[in-house]
Structure formats: C-alpha cells, structure tokens
Design a protein around this ligand. Structure first.
Ligand SMILES: [Zn+2]
Length: 273
C-alpha cells in the first residue's frame, strides 16, 4: 500500500513539474493534453516527462556545492588555513563536516544528493557546475566554492549540507540565506525568494522543518564565506541533523537522497521560470 501511494505521489510530482516547466518556458508551451494522448504505457510516461522537462532549464546555469570533502580530515593544515570570509574576517578554508553516529559522513551524503540533483537538472537542459564530483581530495576552500558559482555566472547556486547537532531531540532541515543587511545584501532578495521556495519544496521529502534553528526552516546568516563571497543568488541547505538517529537513517537512504534532489530541483525550476 505504501509503495503504491509512493508511486502515485512520484507520478503526480512528475506531472506537476513538467507542467510548471512547460507553462512558463520560453520554448513553445507543451499542451498537457499532449502528455495524456502520448502516455500509453509507464515507459512512455517516463520518456514524455523527460522530453518536456528537458527544455525547461535550457540556457540556465546552476552551481552545486557538495559540502566538505573526503580528504578534509586528513589535511587539517590545509583545511585550517585562514581565508577571507567576505565579511572582514578570516575563517578556516573548510571543515571536515559531520557524520552520523554510525559513521556515515556528511561529505558522502552531500555528494550523493548533489549528483542526483545534477542528473535531474541536466536532463532538463541546464548547465550544471559542480564544486566537486568525488570525495577523493580535500577542499576546495570556501573562497573557491563561491568563486566557482561566480565565474560560471550561475543563475542560482546551492550548497548542500547535513547538520551535526548533538542536543537531544534536535532534528529537521533548515535553509541558510544571506542577511539583507550584510555584505551580500545585493544577492539577498533573490536568494531569500529561492530559499522560501526551497523550504516549501523540501517538506515533501518527509524531513520536518528544523525544531532547533531558524524560523520556519529559514535562517539568515552573515558569517558564511560561501554566502558572503557569492555574487550570484545562493543558499545553503542543512538537509537534516545527522546526529539525530531518525534524521540520519533517512539521510543515508537512497530514496531520501533522491527525493531531496527532486525537492531542490523543483524549487530551482520554480525559481528560474
Ligand atoms: Zn556541512
């Protein structure tokens, strides 16, 4: 029963996404009735949805920053070097990130969701710039993570993370957005608009809104170099609290990772159309 309901939800989401993308795309709008008339089998449904979606992000550039890296912990001197955080202070190049109690690392989670998201975006015709595509090395530093999105003139940039809060009962996701009064105020309005879309979309993953940080899942931050140094609209998302057993068990599942990527993709499609 649950599997059936899940399939229905996935199909409904796919149809909603394709109709959103086509209705406001610059390419000739797809008629939803065309979808119906050509949907004769499950395989046709899938390919039809992909074909329509492929046009919805054509010409758009998205930067995906998978938080941390697999080699960070082994390169502490490199990772602890102080770099410009964009707000007049220096900050460590990066950190090694958190991990679940069972040892599932944040850098693994962030890369998995990032790759799922990359595939979804590319299938819709977007140009995707990845800060990293494996977990073999260390870094890059927060300065470089911002620069990659800036140099690509990304239409939107997203940094994907999992939080590590050890206080009992703390769980849920939250979106980090630029402060409107900070050095990055110029990108704050667009970033906040995207952040709200992302918050609303991400609840569909089943991960609750954070019960310990932010307000209704949104938290303005002025101390993050990755936001301060960005010249393109950008947010961070902490997809859950990896130190919480319930969140961690969701976050290590491929099903949740794929639905997280789909939720981020849906927000991007809404934001860019
Ligand atoms: Zn992180």
């Amino acid at each position: 029963m649950n599997k059936f309901l899940g399939l229905v939800l996935v199909l409904l989401t796919a149809l909603l996404l394709s109709s959103c993308g086509s209705s406001s795309s610059t390419s000739p709008p797809e008629d939803p009735s065309t979808i119906e008339s050509t949907t004769t089998a499950p395989t046709t449904t899938s390919s039809t949805t992909t074909t329509i979606a492929r046009h919805s992000l054509s010409g758009k550039v998205i930067a995906i920053d998978a938080g941390h890296n697999g080699g960070n912990a082994a390169h502490s001197a490199d990772i602890n070097q102080l770099v410009d955080a964009g707000n007049g202070v220096t900050k460590a190049c990066d950190t090694s990130g958190t991990a679940s109690n069972e040892g599932y690392a944040e850098y693994e989670f962030t890369l998995s969701v990032s790759k799922d998201l990359q595939a979804l975006l590319q299938a819709q015709g977007a140009t995707v710039v990845m800060v990293r595509t494996d977990s073999a090395g260390w870094g890059p530093c927060i300065t470089q993570r911002a620069k990659i999105g800036n140099d690509a003139h990304a239409d939107i940039a997203i940094s994907i993370h999992g939080d590590g809060n050890d206080s009992a009962g703390t769980r849920g996701f939250h979106v980090l957005v630029p402060q409107t009064t900070n050095v990055n105020a110029a990108i704050a309005p667009a970033s906040n608009r995207f952040g709200t879309l992302l918050r609303d979309s991400f609840v569909t993953t089943g991960m609750p809104v954070s019960n310990y940080l932010g307000t209704n899942g949104i938290m303005p931050r002025g101390d993050l170099g990755g936001l301060n140094l960005s010249t393109v609209p950008k947010v961070f998302i902490e997809c859950g609290n990896m130190r919480n057993a319930t969140d961690a068990s969701m976050m290590r599942s491929g099903t949740f990772q794929q639905s997280a990527a789909a939720a981020i993709d849906a927000a991007i499609v809404q934001f860019l159309n």
